[in-house]
Design a protein around this ligand. Structure first.
Ligand code: P53
Length: 476
């Protein structure tokens, strides 16, 4: 008997803005991803003030899935995928975000896509908001600083819940909602919340306020979704990267605990329906006076999620600085140090399969909910040799993580719903805007400069994953 339950959701994950392209097709509006330029390992992506001539905006065309979806879904079916995680581009449905009526052509596109998936028995798994909100909501409303965004998001979610109520069962509200917690860079506040720092702004306060509105919006749509279809499974979505203490020094241990609290309080709110005590104390000390009403608190309590979806790429090591204060916001990048016991990817991400088992245990202990690994994978350079792509490094990465996942299920009793490796097909990197940071099991001929035929090719990892799925994870 195999380790994984019957019906385990083996799949693949992407996000609309990173692979669809067709940025102006079918009445689509401009999203925040459409104003981000290409960067690389050393050069951050720029967020431009609108679309500027002569800039390279990699998400505009991406891999043009919009016009290749039939061919690509056929490949997913050949791989044996049981599910496919993508997002619905908000700007296809509400191009500016504040319209009264949805855009029928956008709705039709996702009908076509879901029908195509269901034709092969592939279950769609849908993220409502994955770093691609309407840009208009940034310029006109200040992004998620503004309470009005709750209404716009709820309207969008309600429209798609109703439209796809018989086609989609698995949903997630906000992708990696906790990315912004560390405010490591401008990127995470912009992609999560459509916030660009204004001069004189207390950006931490804005981050907490925006996060609060997002969690209220999330809790509202959980309730609305369950009314529309009681079978809906609506999850949170976290970026999970456990923090390890740099040494047995209790200061380091406390620091790593703080880092975890500061990163995962979103899950406290979304799973338990209320803010953790330490954070309320922090708000008080900071005299933030956030707009958190009693009605909001009722909504949060009534709108807890059905499961936790999460991404897992890497773990982190944190070190207490000298004269550590009692400030719980311990997420600044300079506290993160290398892990001498583990290798890293070409982009410097620590490779730590056991950390995945740790994450599965930690989340289960803390929230006792079903878990869904909705992103995991290796961003790497691939080379095409005589029409083939040999990617043993990617196979090793995925295999080692699946082994740990199996232990978590078999030995630890973790309730795991599925596993969807990130970037099942090569796509635009969210962090760097690159094409050459490849995650796919399917290769797409396109490079960082935007050149290439867009031709698709199976990598060695394609065949490997096909047999993993066919054996329900036994044949690794
Ligand atoms: P890229 C940072 C840390 C953890 C997850 O990332 C992250 C990021 C963003 O860099 O994002 C998730 O493309 C995200 C995806 C993204 C993927 O990880 O920067 O949900 O949209 O593509 C991989 O290599």
């Amino acid at each position: 008997m195999s380790t994984f339950p019957k019906g385990f959701l083996w799949g693949g994950a992407v996000a609309a803005h990173q692979f669809e392209g067709g940025w102006q097709d079918g009445g689509k509006g401009i999203s925040i991803a459409d104003v981000m330029t290409a960067g690389d390992n050393n050069k951050p992506r720029q967020i431009t003030n609108g679309i500027k001539a002569g800039e390279n905006y990699p998400n505009h065309e991406a891999i043009d899935f919009y016009h290749h979806y039939k061919e690509d879904v056929k490949l997913f079916a050949e791989m044996g995928l049981k599910c496919f995680r993508t997002s619905i581009a908000w700007t296809r449905i509400f191009p500016n975000g504040d319209e009264d009526q949805p855009n029928e052509m956008g709705l039709q596109f996702y009908d076509n896509l879901f029908d195509e998936l269901l034709k092969y028995g592939i279950e769609p798994v849908i993220t409502l908001s994955h770093f691609e909100m309407p840009y208009h909501l940034v310029t006109e409303y200040g992004g998620w600083r503004n309470r009005k965004l709750i209404d716009f998001f709820v309207k969008f979610a309600t429209v798609v819940f109703k439209r796809y109520r018989n086609k989609v069962k698995y949903w997630m509200t906000f992708n990696e909602i906790n990315n912004q917690s560390g405010m490591m860079n401008d990127w995470s506040l912009f992609t999560n919340s459509g916030i660009l720092k204004q001069s004189g702004e207390d950006i931490r306060r804005s981050m907490y306020q925006a996060s609060h509105y997002e969690m209220v919006a999330s809790a509202l749509v959980v309730q609305i979704g369950h009314k529309i279809n009681p079978d809906f499974q609506i999850g949170a979505m976290l970026a999970m990267g456990p923090a390890y203490p740099a040494s047995p020094d209790p200061h380091d241990m406390m620091k790593s605990e703080r880092a975890m609290q500061a990163n995962y309080w979103y899950a406290d709110v979304q799973c338990k329906g209320k803010y953790p005590a330490w954070l309320l104390k922090y708000f008080e000390r900071q005299q933030y006076n956030l707009d958190i009403t009693l009605a909001d608190q009722d909504i949060l309590r009534a709108g807890t999620v059905d499961y936790i979806g999460f991404s897992y790429y890497a773990s982190h090591v944190v070190q207490a600085s000298k004269n550590e204060t009692v400030d719980f916001m311990a997420q600044d990048a300079d506290t993160s140090i290398p892990n001498p016991t583990l290798p890293t990817s070409d982009w410097g991400w620590i490779i730590d399969p056991i950390g995945l088992r740790y994450a599965l245990n930690w989340l289960t202990d803390r929230y006792d909910l079903p878990l869904f690994i909705v992103e995991n994978g290796l961003g790497a350079f691939d080379t095409v040799e005589a029409g083939q792509i040999h990617d043993p490094y990617r196979i090793t990465y995925l295999r080692d993580h699946i082994k740990q996942m199996a232990l978590a299920v078999k030995i630890d009793g973790v309730r795991l719903m599925g596993y969807t490796p990130w970037g099942i097909i090569d796509l635009v990197s969210a962090g760097t805007g690159q094409m050459d940071k490849r995650y796919g099991l399917i290769y797409v001929d396109k490079n960082d400069a935007g050149e290439g035929s867009l031709h698709r090719m199976k990598k060695d990892s394609f065949k490997w994953f096909q047999q993993v799925i066919a054996s329900n994870g036994d044949n690794l």
